[in-house]
Design a protein. Structure first.
Length: 234
């Protein structure tokens, strides 16, 4: 996927970028390629892979939820900024928190944010289960891309989501993970509202976005420590 193809496919998602946003994404792309020579940020570094598998893939979140309002969004395990930083560039009214336990990736994200002069975006170098308690029931939307098994990811995400907020994980094949997550959804007071399935253009890779709504307050014992979560998933 080249830039023109990227813009054409975004139009099919009803996303239109202005020249400043295109320049910002291209600056981000170049910085990613440069930093990746020193730090292992991503295995996908060609222009075509960045446009398709990072930028476009991140923006498919629009298939699951409107992003037209100034919502607060947490991206768990953001890595090199996918999908959270891409969403911030394209939907600048979002209030975005990028969370990752890898300090080098957080430093990279901070450099990109400074270079692009972005506001209302915060980087946290932390583990999800160690976020401060004041962040519980705080975010309108939480998302994550290719971070952990769904039953684990639910416990890491749902405590920080507002009641009636949405958890929107981006996944590939989800069938087995879903079947193993029914109890976690119940315990954490969530409902799976919708499963959005589609294929990426050009390479036809299968994708899934789950639309999970938080119906009631999370029991205060969650999230547990990571060792407990892994040892005994919900």
């Amino acid at each position: 996927m080249n830039l023109n193809e990227f813009l054409q496919e975004l139009a099919k998602l009803n996303i239109s970028l202005n020249p400043k946003q295109v320049d910002a994404l291209n600056t981000y792309k170049k910085m990613l390629q440069e930093y990746n020579q020193k730090f292992n940020l991503t295995s996908l570094t060609s222009d075509k892979d960045i446009y398709l598998k990072h930028f476009y893939d991140s923006l498919t979140l629009i298939k699951a939820h409107s992003l037209s309002e100034p919502l607060s969004l947490l991206d768990i395990g953001t890595g090199a900024g996918f999908p959270g930083l891409v969403l911030k560039i394209v939907f600048p009214h979002l209030k975005v928190t990028l969370l990752d336990s890898n300090n080098k990736k957080i430093m990279f994200l901070q450099d990109v944010i400074k270079t692009l002069n972005l506001t209302d975006i915060v980087c946290l170098n932390n583990r999800a289960e160690e976020l401060p308690k004041e962040k519980c029931e705080y975010f309108d939307i939480i998302t994550s891309r290719a971070v952990a098994n769904l039953s684990v990811l639910l416990e890491l995400a749902i405590p920080y989501l507002k009641i009636n907020g949405y958890f929107l994980p981006l996944k590939s094949n989800i069938t087995e993970e879903l079947s193993n997550s029914k109890n976690a959804l119940k315990v954490l007071n969530c409902d799976l509202e919708k499963i959005i399935e589609f294929n990426l253009p050009f390479n036809n890779s299968y994708r899934t976005i789950l639309k999970i709504k938080k119906q009631a307050k999370t029991p205060p014992i969650y999230p547990r420590s990571y060792s407990q979560i892994i040892k005994k998933p919900l």
